[in-house]
Ligand binder design. Structure first.
Ligand code: BYC
Ligand code: FE
Ligand code: FE
Length: 468
């Protein structure tokens, strides 16, 4: 473990001076990007953050005050498993690769670049949120997510520099050049160009978009390229926190709304500076649909090739009996001449959909927990996941119109109902009008309930962010 090195790492970086120099050259570029595109303001403040310092499950993180630009972004891979073999596809049973096989180089680079691109993109999307944090606790959690997404970028840049030579280094530069939402050089995937500039968006993003991250990382953790598998495995430990920020964030908003509905016997909680359930539902519909798009098309030759080659597997591949899937099919409802017909899709081509199935199930568990809060408050209202066909821009359902229940509808009906299903300008203006910073330790904004517990045993009124 090289913890005091300029770039903390457990990959023995100092034994490879060429690689070390290349990464040390990239490091100041990263810091410039962080100062330009990372959290706006707060860069001199002391933030109570956890830092990854090892991959030991019982003590991988260290908690202390740190100024964000001094955060120690390190490179950590889980230990190699001796004798590990490729777990799926045409190369099932072959030893895993510790170098990139020439024939898969382009595809692997593309997967790593796509993964890497999302990490700085999310930091860019969230850069102004600090100014309106509903509490110091939430402010700290935002910054924790941000620095860890920065570390995830480091993780992918390490792979690009180590295994892809000159073009890997060029890709690493470009990861710092693209900008979320930029017309000329946008981020690669759709959701990462959407604005995420209020806290309802932020919690929905960390709930649903970071959860795509979880499933993509789980699929890459199966990869035959062993360093990719080991890197993504460790990223998943940090990812769990991001999703908990989202789930508990939305959960606290729902609890606050439910409390006001019960106390005032009135569904219109906007009067009290909180978010009504229809507004919450619309934000949920938006982020679930754009995050579903991140899984790619339902029928994908890319996905089939990734699986065949052993580059990207299923979530927990070992939980399946069969790993070659040459004669297996996936029944899928596909639009044909204005109707939905069930077609048997070769399973390898349906890999994106298989992963999306697990994702949707996981999202549903979260929504069920929010609904429990409504039930506990004695309310009959419920939140609902929109159908996977709703509001899609990628795949077989894109270009068509479906209700949140998944029923095909006309364009005219879509245009009529859109404002009931997705946030309107007016909804967004209202949500934004409630974004005021709350900086007093332990205090919460009007629209959110308190968290169940503080960070790492600290009390709720702990000063999680200390002004410089
Ligand atoms: N937006 O064969 P298809 C995270 C493109 S999130 C724009 O259907 P494929 C995080 C696609 O590139 C996890 N374009 O899809 C979360 C292709 O382009 P070409 C990120 C899209 O290739 C929060 C064409 O459409 N990780 O970590 O099977 C905060 C046809 O594609 C989109 C990964 O994504 C889209 N949504 O699957 C921070 C893992 N979807 O070939 C971080 C790596 C598709 O026509 N990426 N396209 O030029 C992949 O595994 C795959 O690239 C995808 C797409 C699953 C994304
Ligand atoms: Fe990430
Ligand atoms: Fe994340």
């Amino acid at each position: 473990m090289e913890l005091d090195a300029k770039i903390p790492n457990n990959v023995n970086l100092s034994s490879d001076p060429k690689l070390q120099r290349a990464l040390e050259k990239w490091q100041p570029r990263f810091l410039d990007w962080w100062m330009d595109m990372g959290p706006e303001g707060f860069q001199n403040d002391d933030v109570y953050l956890r830092t990854a310092i090892s991959v030991d499950p019982s003590g991988w993180a260290h908690y202390d005050y740190v100024k964000m630009p001094d955060y120690r972004w390190g490179i950590f891979l889980t230990p190699p498993q001796p004798g590990r073999v490729i777990g799926f596809g045409d190369n099932e049973g072959e030893p895993v690769w510790n170098e990139v096989p020439g024939e898969f180089r382009t595809q692997l680079r593309r997967l790593i670049v796509t993964q890497g691109d999302t990490e700085p993109a999310s930091v860019e999307q969230q850069r102004r949120l600090g100014k309106t944090a509903p509490s110091l606790f939430d402010l700290r959690n935002l910054f924790q997510v941000n620095v860890e997404e920065g570390r995830h970028l480091w993780a992918m840049v390490y792979l690009l520099h180590s295994y892809f030579g000159r073009d890997g280094r060029e890709e690493a530069e470009e990861l710092l050049d693209r900008r979320s939402g930029d017309r000329d050089k946008p981020r690669i995937l759709g959701a990462f160009n959407e604005p995420c500039d209020d806290w309802l968006n932020f919690y929905m993003f960390t709930m649903f978009t970071d959860r795509d991250g979880k499933y993509q990382l789980l699929a890459l953790a199966e990869s035959g390229l062993d360093p990719l598998a080991r890197t993504t495995k460790f990223m998943l430990t940090e990812e769990a926190f991001h999703m908990s920020v989202g789930e508990t964030g939305v959960g606290r908003i729902v609890e606050r709304t439910a409390q006001l509905m019960r106390e005032t016997k009135d569904d219109d909680v906007r009067k009290h500076g909180a978010f009504d359930l229809p507004t919450i539902q619309k934000y949920l519909n938006f982020w679930v649909s754009v995050s579903s798009d991140l899984f790619g098309g339902e029928i994908s030759t890319n996905a089939a090739q990734y699986f065949a080659a052993g580059l990207k597997g299923r979530n927990r591949e070992e939980s399946y009996d069969e790993h070659k899937l040459l004669d297996a099919f996936y029944p899928m409802e596909v639009p044909k001449e204005g109707r939905l017909v069930t077609e048997e899709i070769p399973l390898r081509n349906a890999m994106n959909e298989v992963l999306r199935d697990d994702y949707i199930e996981d999202c549903q568990r979260g929504v069920d927990r929010w609904n429990k809060a409504l039930e506990d408050a004695g309310l009959s209202d419920r939140l609902k996941l929109p159908h996977r066909r709703f509001h899609r821009q990628i795949g077989v359902y894109s270009g068509l119109h479906f209700s949140p229940e998944g029923a095909p509808i006309s364009e005219a009906e879509w245009n009529r109902k859109r404002g009931e299903w997705l946030p309107t300008g007016e909804d967004q203006a209202f949500v934004k009008s409630q974004m005021h910073p709350v900086n007093e330790p332990g205090k919460m904004a009007s629209w959110i309930g308190p968290p169940r517990q503080g960070v790492k045993g600290k009390p709720l009124d702990f000063e999680y962010v200390r002004k410089a």
